[in-house]
Design a protein around this ligand. Sequence first.
Ligand code: HEM
Length: 134
Amino acid sequence: MKKLLSTLLSCALLTPLLLSADDTPLGKHMDEMSGHLKSIRRLESFPEKAAAVRAAQEELIKCFAFIPALTEKTTDKDVQAQQIANYKKLLAKNYMLLCDYELAFLAKDEDKADKIYRELKSVKKDGHTEYIEE
Ligand code: HEM
């Protein structure tokens, strides 16, 4: 019994350390979005690529319903409100880029799509630098 209790206690203490950024509902939708975007490299046709971007957009929309785990921990409510507003702004920027990305594929413009992909990577970097704990 004592051994069982100590095992349970160790698990409870270790769990927060073992949680990674994709263990939250937000992280899961981000991961799904990422998967759709990565799938584009393997797709042949422009309509297929545009459809994959639309699937990524659907996942990003779901991210608006959550706030980053790091922001949940912010105790100062005024600071937290600013963090949430800025988080939504960055997601919105990300969403606009995904719409431009879709439009580039619909226009069959590979060069434009490549340029937008680089911008998407930059928004991702900004979001992750600000909202994910090291
Ligand atoms: C195309 C753009 C993006 C992609 C592909 C992407 C991808 C991912 C992936 C794969 C994860 C899971 C963990 C990991 O591997 O790091 C994740 C987590 C996360 N992402 Fe993104 N992301 C993007 C943009 C953003 C933006 C713009 C923000 C902020 C406004 C953001 C905020 C977060 C946060 C906060 C988590 C951790 C989950 C949590 O705190 O609950 N991401 N993202």
